[in-house]
Design a protein around this ligand. Structure first.
Ligand SMILES: *Cc1c(COP(=O)(O)O)cnc(C)c1O
Length: 345
């Protein structure tokens, strides 16, 4: 029986089409700007998100860190969600490597940072205060349930940032899921932000890599920091070739993952030991808690599911996140529901 892996969309292996494109990729030394495939990917990514330029980076974490380093000086403050990936899951890079102080604002249930909270978080001019320089949003907001933020809300935050002369960075690791779920062009979701990072290596199935996009000037600075952080890669066209397939093909099929996440939730809703989050899923993530009567903990559930060749991961005590992706087909959804029925029914 094949293994069903619902731990994350990062587990996706490159598609056969990617493997072929990688094998045949024209390459050169990208640090010299000589890799035609990387250049093609960077032009395509910028075009897709409607920004002037973009740069290929090894990971989303490095892409976000570079954006923070370009936008902020040491001692500056960046406003981030208290459930954001930047704040929780990037090893404190902004403070350790950038000397940037995070100012965490509560993520609302819908993933947003309340406009009033953002206004209150902006420091006034005072010799005692750090200088607020940047607002960061995350779309989709992973820890709030993989929830998408709207174009309207993103515009409001953009407006607020401009009024206060702040920069605005979007952690769009799954921005194509956010766009797909709301039936909007990704350009619209990204337009209010000065910079955006998105991952090729998650639902878009590339083996490695993320893109950081912004103005030409911003990306020129970003290239310095990428080199400084050790992210200047050489014949990276091998990887970029997969990224091009991600952008041209895999972005078109996110709705399938969302539909299967819906089907999974419909099946799990009837299982006595499972308490689904309200309004889950909105994209490719299903979040639920173990019901009070389940006598064992999340780690035991992981072990029990493994016996069915199903890999799941807990998100917190007695809490789970299941993520659909292109390797999860309808049969995998059915098998997962049946296994959970036996383990938690
Ligand atoms: C995965 C993720 C990142 C970081 O990407 P890596 O490639 O894993 O470093 C950043 N933000 C969000 C919301 C993510 O889910």
């Amino acid at each position: 029986m094949n293994i069903i892996d619902l731990r994350s969309d990062t587990v996706t292996k490159p598609t056969p089409e990617m493997r072929e494109a990688m094998a045949e990729a024209e390459v050169g030394d990208d640090v010299y700007g000589d890799d035609p495939t990387v250049n093609r990917l960077e032009a395509l990514a910028a075009e897709k998100v409607g920004k002037e330029a973009s740069v290929f980076v090894p990971s989303g974490t490095m892409g976000n860190l570079i954006a923070l380093l370009v936008h902020c000086q040491r001692g500056d403050e960046a406003i981030v969600g208290n459930k954001s990936h930047i704040y929780l899951n990037e090893a404190g890079g902004m403070s350790a490597l950038g000397g940037i102080q995070p100012n965490p604002v509560t993520n609302q249930k819908d993933g947003a940072l309340a406009l009033a909270d953002l206004r209150a978080a902006i420091r006034t001019e005072d010799v005692h205060h750090p200088i607020t320089r940047l607002i960061c949003l995350e779309n989709t907001q992973n820890a709030c349930g993989g929830v998408p933020l709207s174009v309207e809300y993103t515009r409001q935050v953009g407006q607020l940032a401009r009024e206060n002369r702040l920069s605005f960075h979007l952690d769009g690791a799954r921005i194509f899921n956010a766009a797909g779920a709301q039936n909007v062009d990704v350009k619209e979701l990204v337009a209010p932000a000065d910079s955006v990072m998105f991952c090729l290596s998650k639902g878009l199935a590339s083996p490695v890599g993320s893109m950081l996009a912004g103005t030409k000037k911003f990306i020129a600075r970003a290239r310095h920091f990428r080199k400084m952080l050790g992210g200047g890669m050489r014949q990276a066209g091998i990887l970029a070739a997969a990224g091009i397939v991600s952008l041209e093909k895999m972005t078109l099929r996110v709705a399938e993952d969302h539909r299967r996440a819906q089907a999974l939730a419909v099946g799990l809703r009837h299982i006595a030991g499972i308490v689904l989050d309200e309004n889950t899923p909105q994209t490719n993530m299903v979040y639920f808690n173990l019901a009070g009567q389940i006598p064992f903990d999340e780690k035991a559930v992981v072990e029990k599911m493994a016996k069915y060749n199903i890999q799941v991961d807990w998100a917190d005590a007695r809490r789970f996140r299941l993520v659909t992706h292109y390797e999860i087909d309808d049969a995998a959804v059915e098998r997962t529901i049946m296994a959970f029925e036996e383990v938690l029914g």
